[in-house]
Design a protein around this ligand. Structure first.
Ligand SMILES: C[S@@+](CC[C@H](N)C(=O)[O-])C[C@H]1O[C@@H](n2cnc3c(N)ncnc32)[C@H](O)[C@@H]1O
Length: 217
C-alpha cells in the first residue's frame, strides 16, 4: 500500500485503519500497567504516525508526543485533520535512520500497524533502541493479516506482513537487547474492535523494555 496523496486522503475510510475510543482505552491501559515512571507527560515517539490517529490520542492523554512518518502526504493529512497537532511534533523521515534523534530522546516508542511494513526490522529496532532512554519501553501493535491481503512482492520483502504469532517480532526485539514484557494476541483490544466491527482482523502486541544499567532499575 502506497500512502501517496490519494492513499493518505482515503486512509480513514477503511475500518481496519480506524481508531475508536474503545481501542485507545486499551492502549492507555497497557501503557499505564507497564509504565513504571513513564506515565504522562512522558515523551512518546509514534512511529509510522500516518494520519495522526494514535499521536493525537496520546497527546490528549497527556503524553509529550512526536510522530515519525515516511510519507509527506500522510503528515499533511495528520495536520489537516488534527488541529491539536503542531508541525514541529511530526517528523518526516525513515524509521531506520539512527541519526534522526539523539540517543535517549524518548521514554516510549509506540507503533500501530507499522510492523507489517518494515523491510529490515533489525536495522529499525536498533535505531529505536538508540532513541529510547535506558529503561524506556516499546509498545508495538499490528494485525494477524492474511497473506492474501498483500501483493506477493510486498509479502516477500516485509517479514512481519502476515505473521500469525507475535514471536518473530519479540525475537527481533530481543536480538537488539530488549527485554520482552508481553507478547501475544491483544485480547482486550480485539474484544473492543469485535464489538464494533465483527470480522475485524485480530491484533497482537509486543511490549518490551530497553535494558537498563543496574542503577536505573
Ligand atoms: C497502516 S498505516 C498506520 C498509520 C497509523 N500508525 C495508524 O495507526 O493509523 C502504516 C503507516 O506506516 C508508514 N510506514 C510505511 N513503512 C514504514 C516504515 N518502514 N517505517 C515507519 N513507518 C512506515 C506508512 O506511511 C503509513 O503511514
Amino acid at each position: 500500500m502506497s500512502y501517496d496523496e490519494i492513499g493518505a486522503a482515503r486512509y480513514d475510510d477503511d475500518p481496519e485503519h480506524r481508531l475508536p475510543p474503545e481501542e485507545v482505552e486499551t492502549w492507555l491501559a497497557v501503557m499505564t500497567a507497564l509504565a513504571g515512571k513513564e506515565g504522562p507527560p512522558a515523551r512518546v515517539l509514534d512511529i509510522g504516525a500516518g494520519t495522526g490517529l494514535l499521536t493525537v490520542a496520546l497527546k490528549a492523554a497527556g503524553y509529550t508526543v512526536s510522530g515519525l512518518e515516511p510519507s509527506g502526504p500522510m503528515v499533511e493529512q495528520a495536520l489537516e485533520r488534527n488541529p491539536a497537532l503542531q508541525r514541529h511534533e511530526l517528523v518526516v523521515g525513515a524509521s531506520d535512520d539512527a541519526a534522526l534523534f539523539a540517543a535517549g530522546t524518548f521514554d516510549w516508542i509506540v507503533s500501530r500497524q507499522v510492523l507489517c511494513h518494515l523491510v529490515d526490522p533489525h536495522r529499525a529496532f536498533s535505531a529505536w533502541a538508540g532513541w529510547l532512554r535506558p529503561g524506556g519501553r516499546v509498545l508495538l501493535v499490528d494485525g494477524f493479516w492474511r497473506a492474501s491481503d498483500w501483493p506477493a512482492h510486498e509479502r516477500a520483502r516485509q517479514p512481519f506482513a502476515a505473521v500469525q504469532s507475535a514471536r518473530p517480532v519479540a525475537e527481533a526485539l530481543s536480538s537488539v537487547g530488549f527485554e520482552i514484557l508481553r507478547a501475544g494476541p491483544f485480547g482486550e483490544l480485539n474484544l473492543a474492535r469485535a464489538g464494533l466491527w465483527p470480522g475485524t482482523t485480530p491484533r497482537y502486541l509486543v511490549a518490551a523494555r530497553k535494558g537498563t544499567p543496574a542503577t536505573d532499575r
